[in-house]
Write a protein that binds this ligand. Structure first.
Ligand SMILES: [Zn+2]
Length: 80
């Protein structure tokens, strides 16, 4: 399965931190804040950086925050 461009999660994350939200069509996964599909949900850069450097537990907590934002339909209330 080496056809076309496959994107790793790491690459998706890096591009997201750089401000380019891309839906990972290889794995059918959104960026952590879902901004690839809902641009208005794009998290502030500092939050994105924080996510990149977070450990697994912190990432899970942040993902839950992003998900809450998605469900409420508001932006910029993520994480304390
Ligand atoms: Zn998406």
């Amino acid at each position: 399965m080496a056809k076309g461009k496959r994107m790793s999660v790491d690459e998706q994350l890096k591009r997201w931190v750089d401000g380019e939200s891309v839906h990972n069509s290889t794995r059918d996964e959104c960026t952590p804040d879902f901004s690839c599909c809902k641009p208005q949900l794009l998290a502030p850069k500092e939050i994105r950086m924080k996510f990149l450097n977070a450990n697994q537990a912190e990432r899970s907590a942040m993902l839950a925050g992003f998900l809450g934002v998605l469900l409420r339909g508001h932006s910029c209330e993520v994480v304390s």
